[in-house]
Design a protein around this ligand. Structure first.
Ligand code: PEP
Length: 255
């Protein structure tokens, strides 16, 4: 049974006080929810403050990125072991805002981050997704497959057990234009079939594949009830307690 997972990516938003208030509101409203696994990913400087608020709740703490080395001369970077030290259980890697723009992270680096995160004991949310140009050129399957191969091919099964996939079409992130439930299902089924080919039916059936891209309370139900959608990675709507709670409440029982 794949338990639904709803993760909030707060990105570079909120003050420390606002982050605490948001975490307090979530703890009060969904802090003891067991049906859905809930993760929040605040900015690095607020991890310890949010950790203190989440203590005693079932909401887990995650980070938005990590470095691929455990320590060393990497000015401004944060290692997976440091994240664990700050109470994180999860880390997002491969987000399109890091694959694209000025950062230009490539699959081989993302693979190193997954390995480093696993070595530190973190669970990983690995994002994959195509741009609008790629979708319009019918390249979605090849783009997704290349990202999966680059990041995961040959990964040992014990590492895969700590990986959750997130299908995040780049054109749907922060735009208000979510993928239709059918579009999400089509790609997420493709991802599960790839997992089956690479790692076998057992791992494919056990691995959660989230959808991300303009998920809101009013579209969450139709997206999250698709057979291969096991939850959501939420950006903008995770900054508003009512909206994030609405998405959590829309998640159906595990599949
Ligand atoms: C994201 O950045 O991962 C995301 C899904 O953002 P939004 O929900 O705002 O589209």
């Amino acid at each position: 049974m794949r338990k639904p997972l709803v993760a909030g990516n707060w990105k570079m938003n909120l003050s420390g006080a606002q982050a605490e208030q948001l975490a307090q509101a979530l703890v009060a409203r969904v802090g003891q929810v067991d049906r859905v696994q809930i993760v929040v990913c605040p900015p690095f400087p607020y991890l310890l403050r949010v950790r203190a608020v989440l203590a005693g709740s079932k909401i887990a703490l995650g980070a938005q990125n990590c470095h691929h080395e455990a320590k060393g001369a990497f000015t401004g970077e944060v290692s997976p072991t440091m994240l664990v030290d700050c109470g994180c259980q999860w880390v997002i890697v491969g987000h399109s805002e890091r694959r694209g723009g000025k950062v230009q992270e490539k699959d081989d680096l993302i693979r190193k981050k997954i390995n480093a995160a696993h070595a530190a004991g973190l669970h990983v949310i690995l994002c994959v997704g195509e741009t609008l140009f790629e979708r319009q050129n019918n390249e979605t399957p090849s783009v997704i497959e290349n990202q999966l191969v680059g990041c995961l091919e040959g990964m040992p099964a014990d590492k895969m057990a700590s990986v959750v996939l997130a299908y995040e079409p780049v054109w749907a992130i922060g735009t208000g234009h979510n993928a239709t439930p059918q579009q999400a299902q089509e790609v997420q089924q493709f991802i599960r079939n790839w997992l089956d080919d690479q790692f076998g039916a057992g791992l494919a059936a056990a691995t959660r594949v989230l959808y991300g891209g303009s998920v809101k309370p009013d579209n969450a139900g139709s997206l999250l009830t698709q057979p291969d959608v096991d939850g959501a990675l939420v950006g903008g709507a995770s900054l508003v307690a009512d909206d994030f709670v609405g998405i959590i409440n829309a998640a159906p029982a595990g599949k």
